[in-house]
Structure formats: C-alpha cells, structure tokens
Design a binder for this molecule. Structure first.
Ligand SMILES: [Zn+2]
Length: 165
C-alpha cells in the first residue's frame, strides 16, 4: 500500500469519534513500516491493548476502522481460531475476536461487526513469509503468496462493506 502520514491515518477513521482518532497511539514502528509489503495497516494501540486499528485503501482513499479486542477467558490456550482475513489458524491467543462499531444509524444503535483476526494484525507479513507465526500454519499452503494476498484483499473488502454497509 502507499505510505500514509500520521494525518492520513488520523483522518481516515469512519467508525469512531474525532476525539478517539486524535488520542489513538500510532504503531510503535511507524517510521519504519514496510509499506510495500502491507495490504493494510493494522496495529494494537501501544497505550491501550484492548484497542486495535486497521487502515486500508478503499476507492483510492485510506479508510480506517477502530476495533475492540475481546480477550475471551472462555477460550483455552490450546483452542484454535482462524483469522478471517488471511485464513491462518492459530492457537494460544494468536487470533483474537475483534469488533468494529458499524457506521451511521446502525452504529448509533450499538450494532457491531465481529471478526477473528490475527492478534497483531500482521496478516500481510505472514502471507509473505516476512514474519513467522509462533504457532499454527495455514490451511492450504498450496496457494501462492499472490493468491493469498488477493484473498486478504477480498476478505478485507467484505469486512469494510459489512461495517460501512
Ligand atoms: Zn491474519
């Protein structure tokens, strides 16, 4: 994706208040992000681990989603969950349930969309093999990295559509 400035990021969010976007913590490695290897920018708030953010290009513009991370006590350490973007299955909390408040009237009524996502939102790096996961592998390793990247983009579009639709 094209590199984003801090201003691009803070003005991209569609499902949270202006105050929230001003307060959010940028990724710790923001000055050194591997932009060419990212299909979307996703990170956990360094100052508030229960918050996560995702910024993707949509119609040529950065579109940001604020997410709440559910750290479910009900799921045991050995339980496996699959990331809905990169379809990697992980154990031990490597995949977390994250919810996004929907935009517009549904959001005002408290409607959210929940998705299981890689807990560190590094799907782009996992499918390119530039970051190794601690536990668990992909389901169908027969896919090429290009096919996996296309799949992330399609799943990401569907997620954004659900939140903003
Ligand atoms: Zn993932």
């Amino acid at each position: 994706m094209r590199p984003l400035t801090e201003r691009d990021i803070r003005t991209s969010f569609v499902n949270c208040s202006k105050g929230e976007t001003q307060r959010l913590g940028l990724p710790k490695d923001f000055p050194d992000l591997p932009w060419p290897d990212l299909d979307f920018l996703g990170w956990r708030d360094p100052g508030a681990p229960e918050r996560a953010y995702l910024v993707a290009e949509r119609g040529g513009r950065p579109t940001g989603l604020a997410l709440r991370v559910t750290t479910g006590a009900s799921r045991g350490f050995t339980s496996r969950s699959m990331c809905s973007l990169c379809l990697t299955t992980r154990t031990g909390g490597g995949v977390a349930l994250m919810t996004a408040r929907r935009t517009g009237e549904p959001g005002r009524q408290g409607n959210t969309v929940g998705q299981y996502l890689c807990a560190d939102l590094s799907c782009s790096l996992y499918v390119r093999g530039t970051k190794q996961s601690v536990a668990g592998g992909g389901l169908d390793e027969s896919l090429t990295p290009e096919e996996k990247i296309a799949r992330i983009e399609a799943n990401l579009r569907a997620f954004l559509d659900k939140v903003t639709g």
